[in-house]
Design a protein around this ligand. Structure first.
Ligand code: NAG
Length: 184
């Protein structure tokens, strides 16, 4: 009895040490290996925007077979698609020669969105694919900061980008929250 108990506690100790010394990127293998809609729902519940998270992940058929890093990738791809679409929209508005205050604010937004569309987000997505979740978080949370700065730049002028900036901000929040479930 006492020897099986001590064998049991040795096993617990071993598991504990194994978890402590496991390389960070392998730790998610210890998470429940659930997939599909259960995993999507439990994951989205841990984000600040449940409905947006759900609709974003479910709109991509890959999500039904994805693990948590896969869901983070789907959310990040949706974020890049939205940021890129917003940048195109800004360029379209600039071509309509808006009045000077609006033009300045839009040009400021283009300057903020270009680096996230061309560099931060693609780099973050590449890092995510390689299991560097901590690094990925920088680029993805940067998107929210730039969207916020863009929106603030309108000052007294009515922003034509409010909904788009809010969506980029919220999608960034969803992707970061999913990344927070992972180590590395
Ligand atoms: C932006 O994200 C929303 C929510 O996930 C999605 O419905 C929409 O299709 C995305 N827009 C683009 C251009 O990808």
């Amino acid at each position: 009895m006492s020897s099986s108990l001590s064998r049991f506690s040795t096993l617990l100790l071993f598991l504990h040490v194994a978890l402590l010394i496991a390389p960070p990127t392998t730790q998610f293998f210890f998470l429940p290996l659930a997939k599909g809609s259960d995993l999507i729902q439990t994951t989205c519940k841990k984000t600040p925007h449940y409905n947006l998270c759900l609709s974003t992940l479910q709109s991509n058929p890959d999500s039904s077979n994805a693990d948590v890093p896969g869901l983070a990738l789907i959310a990040s791809d949706a974020l890049l698609a939205n940021a890129s679409d917003t940048l195109d929209y800004i360029h379209g508005l600039l071509k309509q020669s808006p009045e000077v205050h609006l033009q300045k604010a839009l040009a400021n937004c283009a300057e903020l969105y270009i680096p996230i569309v061309k560099f931060s987000l693609p780099q973050a997505i590449e890092a995510l694919r390689n299991g560097h979740f901590g690094f990925a978080k920088y680029g993805i949370s940067d998107a929210a900061k730039e969207a916020e700065a863009c929106e603030k730049g309108f000052g007294g002028v009515k922003s034509p980008l409010t909904d788009r900036n809010a969506l980029v901000n919220d999608l960034s929040g969803v992707a970061v929250a999913i990344l927070n479930l992972l180590k590395g």
